[in-house]
Design a protein around this ligand. Sequence first.
Ligand SMILES: *[C@@H]1O[C@H](CO)[C@@H](O)[C@H](O)[C@H]1NC(C)=O
Ligand SMILES: *[C@@H]1O[C@H](CO)[C@@H](O)[C@H](O)[C@H]1NC(C)=O
Ligand SMILES: *[C@@H]1O[C@H](CO)[C@@H](O)[C@H](O)[C@H]1NC(C)=O
Length: 391
Amino acid sequence: MLYSSVILLSIILSGVVAGPVEKKSFSLNRRTDGPYPLDDTDKLEESSLANFAAYLAKNPNKSGCTLENAVRRSEWSDLSEKQRKEYIAAVLCLQKKPPKSPRDKYPGVNNRFDDFVATHASDIAELHSTPHLFPAHRVYIWAYEKALREECGYTGYQPYWNWARYAADPINSPLFNGNDSSLGGNGIPDVYPGIKFGGGWKKPYDTIPASEGGGCVTKGPFKDMVVSIGPFQKIVSNIPSNPNSDNFGANPRCLRRDVNKYSAAVTADNYTYALIKESKTIDQFQATFLGTPAKNDWGVHIGGHYTIGGDPGGDFFTSPGDPIFYTHHGMADRIWWIWQMQDPENRMNVIPDMPPNTDTINLHWTAKTVNTYDVLNNIGGMGGEFCYIYV
Ligand SMILES: *[C@@H]1O[C@H](CO)[C@@H](O)[C@H](O)[C@H]1NC(C)=O
Ligand SMILES: *[C@@H]1O[C@H](CO)[C@@H](O)[C@H](O)[C@H]1NC(C)=O
Ligand SMILES: *[C@@H]1O[C@H](CO)[C@@H](O)[C@H](O)[C@H]1NC(C)=O
């Protein structure tokens, strides 16, 4: 009552006195000289912040994390070329550090980078069960960022891939173009039948056509990378089989990609924007994110994965073996946050198929075990260790 009278009074006063009362509001302060204009999802993110700030004011985190002091994860092309190269150098460094996963079980794991790939493959259910998809990937991406920083001296934060920026022409984008400051490039041309979906998907949505690549990557910072475990699934041709029946043996081979414009097309901004705006429940948000064959839609999740495609990027089990994976799931984590911010009171603490409150996420050598409900908030989740936003 008193509070609303004060607001009313200040509105009246601000009308009478000189202009509106200056309200201290949080701003992302994005770069304005960047190569891409803000898209509708970017604008929605900005316009949601006031709502989210009000929620945080009512629910402050004990760890002291706030919007103002949270670290900022940037879009790939909003990083300077120097920052992009620092990130790339840290990934290459991780690929030279000794692994922590048990060698007897995972003999094909050569380094710390491969540790993350092994987690994704061996903890596939832990990461992809219906309630865990978003929270477990949030932990996973954060742990990767932490490894880059703490084990390889990276001074920035995990960049994300705003799919929309490159959807029309991915191969000529700063992410995929294959120059020294990209995570590219494409694989050499190869003939493969495209990506086939089972499960009753309707034609022509049961296949993503092959694009211009498919073979070994011969340009860019990862041209000499050695892919080792897997394959669990063969998407493109000429992938040698793993010597071990569980696919965790050493199978050294090149990084293969098909930077796929057909797949990228369904990651245009209107898809992401509609996903966030039209999903009224977390179940609907997840279902649309994952693709809705009945609506003839591959979904932005599949769209992003098969924009990379190839091996290991196109393999559900080992997809994090392509370094671009982490920028893709960074974007997934970002849009979950933007969806949460539309109605934080009702959305910050929900996941599909709400598990019991004792439920945990255990990613073994990748991150410490955590209560699932303690990672739903990027401002203060993970016992206060999460403190980041996307700009
Ligand atoms: C906030 O911080 C504490 C640690 O100080 C943490 O245990 C708690 O889960 C966090 N709360 C939220 C809502 O994330
Ligand atoms: C690499 O590509 C990006 C994006 O097109 C461009 O801004 C940058 O100048 C290129 N760098 C070099 C060294 O060619
Ligand atoms: C997005 O735009 C494309 C091209 O204009 C259109 O074909 C597609 O149906 C739109 N998707 C959504 C979800 O609105």
